[in-house]
Design a protein around this ligand. Sequence first.
Ligand code: GUN
Length: 306
Amino acid sequence: MAKILDGKWVREEILKECLPRVAKFRETYGRAPGLAVILAGENPASEIYVRNKVATCQELGIHSEKYTPPGTVSNAELLALIAELNRRPEIDGILVQMPLPKQVDSRAALEAVAPEKDVDGFHPFNTGRLAAGAPGPRPCTPAGVMELLRRYEIPIEGRRAVIVGRSDIVGKPMALLLLHQHATVTICHSRTRELAGECARADILVAAIGRPAFLGAGFIRPGAVVIDVGINRLTDRAQVESVFTGNQKKLAAFEKSGSVIVGDVHPGAAEEAGAYTPVPGGVGLLTVAMLMVNTIEAAERRMAGA
Ligand code: GUN
């Protein structure tokens, strides 16, 4: 039986360690760390993520503010909002939820956030620091994966790590973080030839392509550690039945709600692994936990004048 890497446990551990840091910050500076979240337009998935972020701030006693400009927001309006948040001393972190509405220049928005308030690690100043191995905020999802590997004491040095997906948010920073821990890193993507063969060489396989149950039998070396970053909602009955054949619990859940969540790894294939992160209940829970860590660190750094 493959071992399950429990995202909920890792999340709780990370949040538990945040509590004394928030308390100490309050004691020292007479206020809580502050996070501003900008959610522009309407996107049901983003709304759920942002709700989780705000709720987790509350759980830890971090001050949070949510801004919800309409889907028709202009570049200038969004940049003005970011500029105002950059100026406010009690706001330590600014998060611009992606994706932004089509008419908005996402790059300009990310670059407008003051680097010292960039809790996503998406500003080019901070992606540069990551590439150079210098300290700075790291993108939350890959940082969460590193925390999970560390807390489960999964060795990285000298191991072959294969990442499927080359996004700026997950794939690229994930590769750099693993490389800095001395893994031998391969990045694969939709145009990689013989993808299954590349994946099957991995000691650590990270799936981050956003395609439901895409990595199937033949992609996973028996005994590998499989990290599934995908969160895909299935609403098509035939697809649900094909992915979850014989899984009465999932089929019943689909009947009840009309959808089920599946990762990028086929649930049957995951059983080949030595250990894997389930979906849901794996990496997804860590992103918000790492956002809290990045917010606290940004607050500490700013106030210490570092
Ligand atoms: N959209 C999907 N993931 C993320 C994330 O980690 N941060 C932001 N800002 N937007 C996202």
